[in-house]
Design a protein around this ligand. Structure first.
Ligand code: 5AD
Ligand code: SF4
Length: 488
């Protein structure tokens, strides 16, 4: 049999992008070849998202398009990985008969064996235990395998100089609309020593920007705080929380920017707000999804806070550090959301003045409490109207906030050559690539971010990608700051 040549397509959140790096690490360690061009591959892996029906439909449609190729290339293996794999299990073949391999998010370390089985025509499915089985303990073995792969992994090529590190897996919050607790399992905080070792390794390999990840990362609570040398927790007698982890991670020599996403408002503590003021390298950016500004909706969403409490948390953070940019996610058209509820959400947006927000139309997910309990009763046309109106409001406020940057010089972490001559991506979408124009300076256009994660576009040498520079801002839109590189 010819050797496996594997191509990976990734959909969804940052956690999935990290899973994609992990899959590469696992496959490369097993001696497989990972290729950039899907046409050259004999194994096509899809890392998938189950959060909204739309995300799933896209994956099913893209897999469906492979039918002709599969007839031409009989040995071709198609693998469904991640959240959709756990959600549907082997039954996915009813909707996607071309799928040969199914692998849950917690079982990615098993992929080499699964691929070998699928290529030999044997059944290939690895699922996580159901979350009612025996809780976090049931995940211990697969988590240990993931930890080992994560610690071995080298700095991913996606954005030079930046890396994601898992602090926490799974979620126990059970927001009523959300499938994540069912597909990513119970909440498990990683050992601090493992997280810190990974941070040190990645920074040692050249990462300047680290983002600690968790579905509700501020609920991080690790039982046994031990440092790398194996000494007992330096705060003996209590669990490590995220503030502890951030303090230690920020000590890593060579690290320049530290982020932590996503934060749940319910659990956001004063101790964590203070890291924005007290811990060097922690950047002034807080992604803390509000989801709605109406208390009745928040209650049905099982979010565990009111709009007033959300505003209190934001005030707490801004009193520690006034320039923190707050970003959010919102769901419009949740069951029973009235016009007055929607107006309350708009009101929250006006009060907080978010630097940006993702806005989603409610999508009922099978197995979630909301889908079982309530009809999806806001008509799609109305969802679309609220979606457009809220996005327009968010963007108009972001545009006003961005004006304050004109004339200022900001530090920019350079992520890439600008994908489109100066036009940044929309807040809730992806840009498409086209040729990068050369400017009068002879330099291409670069795209990077301020510490508060605002997008900055300027002309500069490509060697800056993965590093930082000062940029003087002379123009601003809702989504982008435009400027000129400072001479050093
Ligand atoms: N419908 C619409 N949006 C959803 N999200 C999660 N579940 C759903 C759903 N069923 C959104 C939330 C979350 C983001 C990742 O996706 O806003 O913060
Ligand atoms: Fe889903 Fe809520 Fe957990 Fe976020 S906190 S992953 S929205 S259940």
């Amino acid at each position: 049999m010819e050797p496996a040549r594997i191509h990976i397509t990734t959909y969804g959140c940052q956690m999935n992008r990290l899973d994609s790096e992990l899959v590469q690490e696992v496959l490369l360690a097993a001696g497989a070849e990972v290729v950039d061009d899907p046409a050259r591959a004999n194994v096509l892996l899809f890392i998938t998202c189950a959060v909204r029906a739309h995300a799933e439909d896209r994956v099913f449609s893209n897999i469906g398009k492979l039918a002709a190729r599969k007839r031409r290339q009989p040995g071709l293996v198609v693998g469904l990985l991640g959240c959709m794999a756990q959600e549907h299990g082997p039954a996915v073949r009813r909707r996607a008969p071309l799928v040969d391999l199914v692998c849950a998010p917690g079982r990615l370390a098993d992929l080499p064996d699964l691929i070998a089985a699928a290529r030999a025509g044997r059944p290939a499915a690895a699922l996580d235990p159901s979350r009612d089985a025996s809780g976090a303990a049931a995940f211990a073995a697969s988590d240990a395998a993931l930890d080992a792969a994560e610690i071995r992994r080298t700095l991913g090529p996606a954005v030079p100089g930046q890396a994601y590190v898992v602090a926490m897996r799974g979620c126990d919050n059970f927001c009523s609309y959300c499938v994540v607790p069912f597909v990513r399992g119970p909440e498990r905080s990683r050992e601090p020593a493992a997280v810190l070792e990974e941070v040190r390794r990645l920074v040692g390999q050249g990462a300047r920007q680290i983002t600690l990840l968790g579905q509700a990362v501020n609920q991080y609570a690790a039982a046994q705080g031990r440092d790398r040398e194996g000494a007992a927790s330096w705060r003996a007698g209590r669990r490590w929380d995220l503030a502890d982890l951030i303090e230690k991670a920020a000590d890593t020599p060579g690290l320049s920017r530290l982020y932590f996403i996503t934060n749940h408002p319910k659990a956001f503590q004063e101790r964590l707000a203070r890291v924005f003021r007290d811990v060097p390298h922690v950047c002034p950016y807080l992604h803390m999804p509000a989801q709605s500004g109406a208390d009745a909706v928040l209650e049905r969403m099982n979010r565990g806070y009111t709009a007033a409490e959300y505003l209190d948390r934001v005030a707490m953070v801004r009193s520690a550090r006034p320039d923190v940019a707050v970003a959010s996610d919102f769901i419009v058209g949740f069951p029973g959301e009235t016009e007055a509820d929607f107006a309350a959400t708009c009101d929250l947006v006006r009060r907080v003045r978010f630097s940006g927000a993702f806005v989603f139309k409610y999508s009922p997910r099978p197995a979630t409490p909301a889908a079982r309990r309530w009809a999806d009763d806001v008509p799609d046309a109305e969802k679309r109207r609220r979606h457009g109106a809220l996005l327009a409001l968010v963007e108009s406020i972001a545009a006003e906030e961005n004006q304050a940057f004109v004339g200022r010089t900001v530090r920019v972490f350079v992520e890439e050559l600008s994908p489109r001559g100066g036009q940044a991506r929309r807040l809730n979408g992806r840009g498409t690539s086209s040729a990068n124009p050369q400017s009068a300076t002879g330099n291409p256009q670069l795209r990077g971010r301020t510490p508060c994660r605002r997008i900055v576009v300027f002309d500069g040498p490509p060697t800056l990608v993965g590093g930082e520079t000062g940029v003087q801002i002379h123009r601003a839109t809702a989504l982008t700051l435009f400027g000129t590189m400072q001479k050093t």
